[in-house]
Design a protein around this ligand. Structure first.
Ligand SMILES: N[C@@H](CCC[C@H](N)C(=O)O)C(=O)O
Length: 259
């Protein structure tokens, strides 16, 4: 059987997209999803996303990590899915869609997607590091030189270590470059490697930086290996609301693969 797919990327975080409005895709086939994401034996991607119907919104996002397992929220994947829904003419320039962490509002203008993320109520500290959930769990370590870090090695050590163990976390290393700008490198759970960008990760870094008084700004620029993202939010009594993740989301190619 041939499977028609679309490939998208957002600041180098790349995704296989499937139009699953007819619900034909075998969602429990972990091996198949893992193979489709494999960069040698498949299409190659950090994750796979199904666009499905929704009873309450314009569409539903179902996200799988490259290892084939269903993941938590993916910020860059969500932004790419909005661009995909726009390409399929499911939406125009504005949408609300369903995802694993609830409803998301988004807009798309000239390839730039702005995606509303969940509110953040809780930020915990572990020595000098921070942990918070922006739809996916994120550990954040601030550093003076992220270029010098072995992200795969140190990221894996933190991801599998206490207090995360098997369930794990994504791990972000962040370096402040100005009052409102940070460089970020991320180890992604489920990819089990460094990716070129992570949307929920840079969202977590922006909020953590504000919470740790590294910046008083509420619009933060994030430089990742695959490009630039922007995160903005409102803050009141240590609660972060109206959190938006903004940046490019681009169609790369489409094709058929034998499965
Ligand atoms: N790349 C994603 C994060 C994906 C979620 C993650 N790997 C997990 O399930 O923990 C993003 O852009 O947010």
């Amino acid at each position: 059987m041939k499977l028609h797919f679309y490939k998208y990327q957002g600041t180098g975080n790349d995704f296989v997209m499937i139009d699953n409005r007819s619900l034909f895709f075998p969602k429990d086939d972990v091996q198949l999803i893992n193979k489709l994401c494999d960069r040698r034996f498949g299409i190659g991607a950090d994750g796979l996303i199904l666009l499905e119907p929704s009873k309450t919104a314009d569409f539903t996002m179902v996200y799988y990590n490259a290892d084939g397992n269903e993941g938590s929220m993916c910020g860059n994947g969500g932004r790419c899915l909005v661009a995909f829904a726009n390409q399929l003419e499911v939406i125009k320039n504005e949408t609300t869609f369903d995802a694993v962490d609830g409803l998301h509002y988004a807009t798309i203008n000239n390839g730039i997607v702005s995606l509303k993320m969940i509110d953040v109520y809780e930020i915990s500290t572990q020595n000098t590091d921070l942990f918070l959930n922006t739809g996916s769990p994120h550990h954040i370590q601030f550093s003076n030189n992220v270029a010098a870090i072995n992200v795969k090695e140190l990221g894996a050590k933190i991801r599998y270590g206490a207090p995360y163990f098997e369930e794990g976390t994504n791990v972000n290393f962040a370096e402040q470059v100005s009052e409102n700008a940070f460089k970020v490198r991320t180890y992604e759970r489920g990819v089990e490697d460094e990716t070129l960008a992570c949307g929920t990760g840079v969202t977590a870094v922006a909020i953590a930086a504000n919470s740790a008084n590294k910046t008083s700004k509420n619009t933060i620029q994030l430089e990742v290996l695959g490009g630039n993202l922007e995160v903005s939010f409102d803050k009141s009594e240590n609660i972060y609301t109206n959190v938006f993740l903004k940046g490019p989301a681009q169609f790369v190619f489409e094709g058929d693969i034998q499965i």
